[in-house]
Each structure stands twice: as C-alpha cells, then as structure tokens.
Ligand binder design. Sequence first.
Ligand SMILES: NC(=O)c1ccc[n+]([C@@H]2O[C@H](COP(=O)([O-])OP(=O)(O)OC[C@H]3O[C@@H](n4cnc5c(N)ncnc54)[C@H](O)[C@@H]3O)[C@@H](O)[C@H]2O)c1
Length: 670
Amino acid sequence: METTMNFQEEVKQGIPSALPQPKPYPADANRAPKRKDILSVEEKQLAVRNALRYFPKEWHQELAVEFAQELKDFGRIYMYRFKPSYHMKSRSLTDYPAKCEQAAAIMLMVENNLDPAVAQHPEELITYGGNGAVFQNWAQYLLTMKYLSEMESDQTLHLYSGHPMGLFPSSIDAPRVVVTNGMMIPNYSQPDDWEKFNALGVTQYGQMTAGSFMYIGPQGIVHGTTITVMNAFRKVLNTGESPKGKIFLTAGLGGMSGAQPKAGNIANCVTVCAEVNANAATKRHQQGWVDELIDNMDTLIARVKEAQANEEVVSIAFIGNIVDVWESFYEKEIFIHLGSDQTSLHNPWSGGYYPVDISYEESNRLIREEPEVFKTKVQATLKRHADAVNKHTARGTYFFDYGNAFLLEASRAGGDVMAENGIDFKYPSYVQDILGPMCFDYGFGPFRWVCASGKSEDLDKTDAIAASVLKKIMQESPAEIQQQMQDNITWIEDAKQNKLVVGSQARILYADAQGRMEIAKAFNDAINNGEIGPVVLGRDHHDVSGTDSPFRETSNIYDGSRFTADMAIHNVIGDSFRGATWVSIHNGGGVGWGEVVNGGFGMLLDGSAAAEQRLKSMLLFDVNNGIARRSWARNEEANFAIKREMARTPKLKVTLANLVEDDILNNLSL
Ligand SMILES: NC(=O)c1ccc[n+]([C@@H]2O[C@H](COP(=O)([O-])OP(=O)(O)OC[C@H]3O[C@@H](n4cnc5c(N)ncnc54)[C@H](O)[C@@H]3O)[C@@H](O)[C@H]2O)c1
C-alpha cells in the first residue's frame, strides 16, 4: 500500500502501520560501495534478528528474506523499502510537525544531511567520506523523526549510533538530543571492528558532521582549504609578495579534495591537482571547480611554465598519477612553492590511493582480484612519491601533510619520510604548522550557522551582520590576530558571490570565542527584532576543542597528551549543560576509526533572553576549553589567548603552565 499522506503525517507516523511495497533502487543514485563480508553465519543471523526488532512479528518472514539479501548484496542492512516517499531536503522550520521549535530545528538539520543534493550516498544514509552515516538504516530515521515530532521541551532523545533508544524526561535547560556515534570499548576500535559491528547493526561511523547533522556541503571544506593555502603561502613568501604565478601542487579531485583548486583560485595561486579518475576530474571541471583539464604531461609542463611566467591565477587538473607530476616537474626544473596531497590514504588498500605505471582500470581489477599484488604496488608507489617530494623540498619546496595520512602510510610502506629522531615525520601536518598555531591556538575555528527560515534573504542579512561585528572587533584586536580577522572579513564579504550554498541556507567562517559570541548575540537580537527568522548555530568538529586526533587536530600538542581524548569528552559534557540544543560525540572521522574522538553541538537561536544566556555560556566554554588545554601543553599562542580571555572574563580561572629551562633537564642523569 503506497502512502497518500502529506509530509507532516508521514513524519508523525514513524514506522508505517502497513508494510510498504519494496522500492526500486533509483537509477541515478550514487550507491555506497559494497562493504566487507565479515560476519560468520551465526553473526549474520544476529544481524537479521537485530534488524527485525524494529518491526511487528507479522512482517518478519518477508523482511527476514529481504534483509538477508541486502546483507549479502551490500554487506549491510539498509531497509531500503522503508525510505519515506517525500523529498528529502531541509524545509522551513515551520513546515515540520513539532511541539517544540528546537525539535523542528533538529529535523531540518537531519533532512539536510540526507538531501540527495548534499549527501554522497543518500539511499544508504551516508552524507560524506564514503562511510559518514546519519543513521544505519531507514527504520532508525523514521523512528527518530517521529520522536522529534512528539518531543516536548522537557524531554531528551538519546541516539546510540543512529538508534533512537528513546525519549527521556529531562528539563528545559537540557539538550533535546544526545548523540553518540561509534563509541567503543577502546580495545574494539580496529577498522575491522567497525565492519563487524556496523554489519551487526549496533554501531556506525558518524564521521564528523554526518552523524551530528551539521554538514553544510562543500562550503566548509572550501573555506578551510582556502585558509590553509593562504596561510601556507604566508609562511613561504616574503611580506607583501603575491602568490600569483606560484605553484601549489597536490592530488585528488574527489569529495573533499575537489575543493583544492577552488581554494587555490581564491588564494590567488597556480594550482596543479592530479587526479587518476578521469570521471572525477571531468565532473569537477564541469562544475566549475577547476579551470582547465589536461591529460598530457608535455602539455601540462608547457602550460605551467606559461602560468608561472605570466603570474597567473589558475587551477589545472591533470588527469594522471600525482607521482608522475612530482617526478616530471623535478626533471623539468619547475619550482613548486607549496606541495601537499589529498588522495584518500586513510583507505590505502581499496581504492583510496592508486599506484603509478598501471592504468586506473587495471588497478581496479587488482583491488578485486589480486588485493595482495595491489597492496605491494601501492607501497612501491608511496616510496617513489616520498622520494620525489624529498627532491623538491631539497630545492626549497614547502610540503605539508593534509590530514589524509600520507606521511603515516608512506612511513609504513618504508618511504623516506621520518625525521632524524625516528619518531617524528620529516614534514609537518597542516595543523602542526598552519591551522594549529595560526588559528586553533588563538581560538579561531569553523563556526557556522543555518538560517532556519530557509530564506536566502536571511542568509544575506546574517552575512552582513557577521561582517560588521568582525570589523568592529578588529578595530580593537591585538596584532597577533589581525590577519585572521581580516581573512574572515574578506571571506564573508565575498561569500555570496562564491556561490557555495548547497542545501540549507548555511554559512561558515573562522572566528575566535569573542567573535563567535558577538556574532551569535547580534543574530539573536536580529531575530528578536523580527529582522530574520531563527538561526541554528554549530561548527565543524575539526576545531579548537572538539577533536582529539594525534595526527590531525591535536598534532601540534607536544606534551605527550595528544594521544588522550579528555578534551573532546569534556567539551561534549560541558556544552551539554551550558545550553546546547543537541550534542554529539564520535569515534572516527577523516583519519579513521579508532584514530580520533570528535564532538560537536547545535544550538537554536530564537531571539529569546534565554537563548542569549545559553549562547554566551556555551560558546565561551566551547572555545576556551581547547585553548586552556593547548595552553597547558605550553603552546605560546594559546597561552596568549587564554590570558586575554581571563582578563575579559573574571569567572574564568585556568591553570597555567610554568616553563622549565632546558639546562635543568639537560643536566639530569636519566
Ligand atoms: N585536512 C582536512 O581538512 C581534510 C579535509 C578533507 C579530507 N581530508 C582527507 O583527504 C583525503 C581525501 O578526501 P576526499 O573526500 O577528497 O576523498 P576521495 O576519495 O573522494 O578523493 C580522493 C581522490 O584521489 C584520487 N587519487 C587516488 N590516488 C591518486 C594518485 N596516486 N594520483 C592522483 N589521484 C589519486 C582518487 O581517484 C580520488 O578521486 C581523505 O583521506 C580525507 O580524510 C582531509
């Protein structure tokens, strides 16, 4: 029986009362890759038994056969036939059937993460990163939306890796939703544990903003990459020297990596980005994310020399292997100012990184039929890749790891990337050298907001409000943060013309605690005055305080604590009782399952005095928790920032580190 219900009725119904017909798989959908067949026969029975818990007994016979088939065909049970019939997209807040506005705001954000224009594999409830899940299956989605439609403002919904455990009585000041994704007993956090327990239907990979309903499409990554490339050029150029005609060489034109050429253009350089998959490169070219497409090395070399000579700002996609580019540019003596890599080395053995000297098609055959041979070829390529990078850096190229595990995997493959002490890598990560000291340690991070009215006029108004708040703050800002302030004022003033909105009416910029609090307060005032509708605040988890990740967000922590996850846990607990509308904490993110703990929040601003109190209390903690930890780790910039914050906030008292003279330690007999 197909539904004739409207959107609101369908949401309120949850699991339908009559078994829906199976649905054909949409012809144009981008299907998630088949997952590993890892369960024993008994475990497969358990997976089907687990899935059937959501449904009445009378349906079990029919659904058991179907779910077993899904498990066989895709390695997971997605319950495709339960996907609702309405179009998945973020609507206006008032379109949702809800008893409290906060619940409606969460519904809006959930739907945005599953919008086919936004999500990578929408049928499998995956938002980005190949495995970043909002829910494990459609039953969880239906039940969650139903609970949200029933929720009152003194109840809290607890989500266990997508599974809605239930609505519990709480209080008006508590978060409306508490999300955990992939939290494991630490010993069970190997990549195959995700395969197994996700296939059983008891955990999921929430990535960062997928499982926390805070993804805003490619805008976030374009902004982050722009900030990184601009600041990297500042490290290598003389003051006042322009990046025009200077080369940024990198690889990958996929989901996130595809932002590199666009960011390079905004940063005013020549971007050369290699991509082995011709389809991915062509798609980015057609979308206008990269200016030129070249598939021949001689043509590339001639074009790059021309762009250097003419001091151009241009982005060029080279269809081919990145190792060939590094090697050929060395031979032809093309000087690379900045080098990096964004192939998917967090996933090296099943298509994240392609070996040199064999075709793309042959590589894919090897992955399927001769995985061990493929692995050997990847390792050999990584060694060559590292050698070629080393030759360029000897000539003066600045190379940084872009959070894709390039240095980690190159070292595991035996590549020459270790520093002399045998512990550290030869090259910094982008957080160690750039984002950490220049942004996170001062509290600058990816603050974002969504206009819940769904109106683009509201977004324009919030852009203008944010720009004027930042300009005002900048007049009084210390020299240490003037550059960050200016970069973000320029960004927000150009944001509309860069046309980065996909899905909800969202915006991102980097701001510190003061900036975030003052922008949020100005939004709340504008809502109160009726100038704009309600606004949802949030941030990427990739931020000052939200994420503990020893090779990425906390890679510039040098007191040994980068392998701990206390900061991220304190953050989520601290935010939850200071006024967040929802909070989330995840195992896994860009760098892999077991490699990172990351959390975030969402907060609805409705113009009320209570919202003003909440934003002040929570945003102050949400940023300064991480600055305090970074300062305790003896990071100079964070020490500066936390002392400034204590001067501004008398009730904030943070433990400060005493520095030890090296001589005292060097003279110890240990
Ligand atoms: N530091 C950050 O802020 C940040 C942000 C996003 C992503 N990342 C990391 O960057 C990586 C890429 O993310 P993505 O979403 O773009 O992944 P993706 O898989 O969509 O894209 C990677 C691309 O690299 C291409 N590629 C693989 N090997 C190649 C080779 N040898 N030469 C040329 N091209 C090759 C692939 O064909 C693919 O299109 C991931 O590891 C991710 O975790 C880091």
